[in-house]
Design a protein. Sequence first.
Length: 108
Amino acid sequence: MFCKLLLFNSVLIILIYGCVRVIAEWSPLEKLDEEELFTVKDFNGTLLNEGDKVTMIKDLKIKGSSQVIKVGTKAIIRRIREGKDHQLDCKVDGAGEMMVTAKFVKIA
């Protein structure tokens, strides 16, 4: 299967089998409304931002693995996503990239 994503003049284009299809169009200058913004807080109630360094406050078992992330393990927040579980897309030291729930971290 031939599939390729392209970004051209703020238009996301996908090429499948040589056919061009426009997936989404947006303006990079558009600003989000206040209602569209969301906040995520850590265990202590501190607001978290992308790029923050955080520390795990309890041992976390990784789903589908026997590996455990220990208390005090550091991570860097790559992206914050809105959702019920796993709001933080992090790079965890010794474990790699994974999603973490905000209530199990604190600012380092």
